[in-house]
Design a protein around this ligand. Sequence first.
Ligand SMILES: NC(=O)c1ccc[n+]([C@@H]2O[C@H](COP(=O)([O-])OP(=O)(O)OC[C@H]3O[C@@H](n4cnc5c(N)ncnc54)[C@H](OP(=O)(O)O)[C@@H]3O)[C@@H](O)[C@H]2O)c1
Length: 263
Amino acid sequence: MRDPKSILITGASSGIGAALAREYAGPGCTLFLGGRNQSRLDELTADCTARGAAVESAAIDVTDAGAIAEWIATSDDRAPLDLVIANAGISAGTGTAGEPRDQAQRIMAINVDGVINTVHPALERFAARPAPVTDPGVKGQIAVMSSLASFRGFAGAPAYCASKAAVRNYGEGLRNAYARGGINVSVICPGFVQSGMTDANDFAMPFLMDGDRAARIIRRGLARNRGRIAFPWQMYGAAWLVQALPTWSTDWAMRSLPNKASD
Ligand SMILES: NC(=O)c1ccc[n+]([C@@H]2O[C@H](COP(=O)([O-])OP(=O)(O)OC[C@H]3O[C@@H](n4cnc5c(N)ncnc54)[C@H](OP(=O)(O)O)[C@@H]3O)[C@@H](O)[C@H]2O)c1
């Protein structure tokens, strides 16, 4: 959507979500910002309000399907949503001892179920609309946060990669399922972006970019209704190649990559 005026973002309390909120914040824009950390949400609310946006924040956990559905419904009633960004996510790796089962399940609950919990109420709201709200023919737009890590299961973070692969395929499927119904769905696949998530990494992160730049790229991609917003292109090319090559030819390289720390 070219110029969304009412935007809901999960995982807005830090990192890419916060950068997106600041990127969209401006006069005439209403932001609904979710996360669990209320004090970080309060700081962001003050910042976005100073930029001219109307802001409401909600300390809300994406694994609570009922609470998320209610938040989306009340937000949509207050200012009909143009864009919903299902961004909230966590990461953790294997460290040196392998990935604990409870960690893998927590990653799936937040990164996959949390996205489904966010996307479905938005789809239902958009689908029920009688007429487009902003752009002609477009009832609403949804963006889901995947990752370049979705293109191959990395030994250092199996559950994280799997969760992001699920989100990417889910979003790609939804895009074509709902296109004729006037609902645009985009999948965002960033490489390394500075945030709490990457601050925890003690290995070199090629082409690491700051959150503000990532937010500008994402906004531009969403304005053009891109199906896949993958960046930076160098890392996207590498991810695409590693996915396309036979596993036997890349397993040795996969085994030598550094591991992300476990929780
Ligand atoms: N940074 C990267 O390099 C990178 C690359 C590719 C994809 N991504 C994806 O981008 C998204 C944002 O990550 P980030 O890098 O910005 O990391 P971040 O700074 O750690 O932000 C994660 C956000 O998700 C929220 N969150 C986590 N668990 C939640 C839950 N159960 N309920 C509601 N909110 C929750 C956090 O808020 P609270 O702590 O307040 O709950 C925070 O706002 C994630 O989906 C991540 O997988 C990041």
